[in-house]
Design a protein around this ligand. Structure first.
Ligand SMILES: C[S@@+](CC[C@H](N)C(=O)[O-])C[C@H]1O[C@@H](n2cnc3c(N)ncnc32)[C@H](O)[C@@H]1O
Length: 220
């Protein structure tokens, strides 16, 4: 029987909202080396600059890797995720490391945040798991201030992440379940109303096809 979009979304949310899931210990999810973290730090600083008063929103923050790293660098950060258990873990990490981040349970495709609020919206490892990344990126552009940036990483081509995590039935309903051609992500950000769209590579792995590609665009 065909599953409705809402049923699919709820199954994906329930998958992530599992307090027994040890997310950070999974090789492909966590950032396990200081050098990989450094690459993220340098990449973000290059794109965001050193104005540490910037307000940044980390979408699909999970256990808070990017949000905590950006806050540690000095930016003012909010991390959102629709999985309450992930937000709890992120809050615990912030508390135990004494890093100030505001965390909140919110749907990336429908943010209850006023327009033009953040200087930058970032997301890592999220696009592939969204049932409607096009609606999501319009929301991310909406909450970005004029002159601000939306920065996303590209799900690796042929990764089959959607089917691995949720099964083939659900996987095939996700536009980027099997990765995305960078050009597709660039077109998506353009359709969301962003301009000056570019792609940047982070040297996060020795293997070239495993390096992180970031696509970013500006709100005019
Ligand atoms: C692969 S994890 C990435 C977590 C984190 N960004 C990181 O880099 O470790 C994907 C995260 O996106 C979240 N997510 C997926 N769809 C979402 C949605 N519609 N709204 C909010 N969060 C969502 C999941 O709950 C999960 O925590």
């Amino acid at each position: 029987m065909e599953q409705s979009k809402l049923e699919i979304k709820e199954k994906i949310r329930a998958f992530w909202d599992n307090s027994r899931q040890n997310y950070d210990s999974v090789e492909a999810h966590g950032v396990h080396s200081e050098s990989e973290k450094n690459m993220w730090r340098q990449g973000m600083e290059k794109l965001l600059g050193q104005n540490f008063h910037l307000k940044i929103l980390d979408i699909g923050t999970g256990t808070g890797f990017l949000a905590l790293m950006l806050a540690e660098m000095g930016y003012s950060v909010m991390g959102v995720d629709w999985a309450a258990s992930k937000i709890e873990q992120a809050k615990e990490k912030a508390l135990s490391s004494n890093i100030p981040v505001q965390f909140q349970v919110l749907d990336a495709e429908k943010l209850s945040i006023e327009s033009n609020t953040f200087d930058a919206v970032v997301s890592r490892h999220v696009l592939w798991t969204l049932s409607d990344p096009y609606a999501a990126s319009r929301e991310w552009a909406r909450v970005t201030k004029r002159g601000g940036k939306v920065i996303v990483d590209i799900p690796r081509m042929c990764s089959h992440s959607g089917s691995h995590h949720f099964g083939a039935e659900i996987g095939k309903e996700l536009p980027f379940y099997n990765g995305a051609d960078p050009q597709k992500v660039e077109e998506m950000l353009k359709a969301a109303g962003l301009s000056n769209i570019r792609t940047m590579m982070l040297d996060t792995s020795n293997e070239e096809d495993k390096r992180t590609l970031l696509v970013y665009g500006e709100k005019a």
